[in-house]
Design a protein around this ligand. Structure first.
Ligand SMILES: [Zn+2]
Ligand SMILES: [Zn+2]
Length: 369
């Protein structure tokens, strides 16, 4: 099996992609102990010596606990080195009740435990998609999402380099909960786009996406101040039918408390891009004047309250009402539009090309370690 290196330049953008490639997903970091078992036979390997410490069947009621001396494996012993749980003959490992494909690496991390799933990149994607898009979405939209998730994973291999893995299992990277999140549709979507990623100018593309643009996507420049040629405004007729209109009312006092500023005398928007997204929110208060970038303000108040920066502000006494369209930062692919394109019969290439104009779809192959 070939392995991804932290430093590797992966792309030889040609030929096929048939080799399995492992990725390291850190999914527990700091717990005192973890419950571990297997659906069948499992080798337990000392990672410093590569020797098999034990071969168990099931290991029901098994757990691993961190102590001063090392890792205590219930009924097996105390080990000072990291251990690898390697299910064999088709078995799967369970950690805290969730099934995982691939292998499970357990390390001591201070007084806690760090658990890493060493898993084939494509099998990792099986467990990711459902947290990103409904498994009932049209197949072509799921394929587009699979390519986005694969591209994201490869573009961010160094995100947790210091912790000894590639990606975490939370929203910080991509939400991943193992095998129990898989569906037949999702597996089909991943398999039928195997190894395909988006690139631009020979580099892995940055595949941002969001729930709903409300009619036009955002230029990444106006959201995060970066100029990326394929992340510009796209007028989106596909999510129009289901424009997310929202409004949220909050008191000025509550805003003062959240932002930790003086008494607010006025609050207004400053500048909009051509899609109607607010560049800055200006707040005049007794201690001065705050200029807050629109998306930052949205996240400070709560992205579940102020859904997007395509908004207007109306004040009524001590209350302000934010009213807007769309949900999310607006950059890149609009999921609602992608689902609607899939329903209308567009294929995944057309969907990706629409939201990321100018990117290339490539197949990857990996260099030998
Ligand atoms: Zn992360
Ligand atoms: Zn849209």
């Amino acid at each position: 099996m070939k392995r991804l290196l932290f430093t590797l330049i992966i792309l030889r953008l040609t030929a096929g992609y048939s080799e399995a490639v492992d990725i390291r997903i850190g999914f527990i970091n700091g717990a005192e102990s973890v419950k571990v078992s297997a659906t069948g036979y499992m080798d337990i390997i000392d990672l410093a010596t590569n020797e098999i410490i034990s071969t168990t069947y099931g290991w029901s009621g098994g757990f691993v606990k961190a102590t001063q001396e090392g890792l205590v494996l219930k009924d097996i012993g105390l080990f000072t080195n990291p251990v690898l749980l390697k299910p064999i003959v088709g078995a799967k490992a369970l950690v805290n009740g969730n099934r995982y494909r691939g292998e499970i690496e357990i390390q001591k991390n201070g007084n806690g435990i760090k658990v890493i799933n060493v898993i084939d990149l494509e099998e990792y994607l099986y467990g990711v998609l459902k947290s990103e898009m409904s498994a009932k979405a049209p197949m072509e939209a799921l394929k587009a999402q699979a390519i986005i998730a694969r591209t994201f994973a490869l573009a961010n291999l160094k995100k947790h380099e210091q912790e000894g893995y590639n990606l975490c299992s939370h929203i910080h990277c991509q939400v991943y909960k193992g095998m129990d999140m898989e569906t037949d549709n999702i597996i089909d979507a991943v398999d039928s786009t195997k190894g395909q990623i988006l690139t631009y100018d020979g580099e892995i593309a940055q595949t941002f996406y969001h729930s709903s643009c409300g009619g036009v996507t955002a230029d990444v420049l106006s959201v995060w101040g970066k100029d990326i040629p394929y992340l510009k405004e796209v007028y989106d007729p596909f999510c129009k039918a289901s424009n997310d209109n929202w409004n949220y009312t909050i008191s000025l006092t509550a805003i003062q408390n959240i932002l930790n500023i003086g008494n607010i005398s006025s609050i207004y928007t400053d500048g909009k891009d051509s899609g109607g997204r607010v560049k800055n929110i200006i707040i005049e208060h007794t201690q001065g004047k705050a200029t807050i970038p629109g998306n930052k303000f949205r996240l400070m108040i709560g992205s579940d309250k102020i859904w997007s920066t395509r908004l207007t502000i109306a004040r009524n006494g001590d209350k302000v009402t934010f009213q807007g369209k769309g949900k999310g930062h607006g950059v890149g692919l609009c999921q609602k539009g992608a689902v609607s394109m899939g329903t209308l019969g567009y294929n995944y290439k057309q969907i990706l090309g629409f939201y990321y104009p100018g990117v290339y779809l490539r197949s990857i192959v990996f260099e030998e370690e």
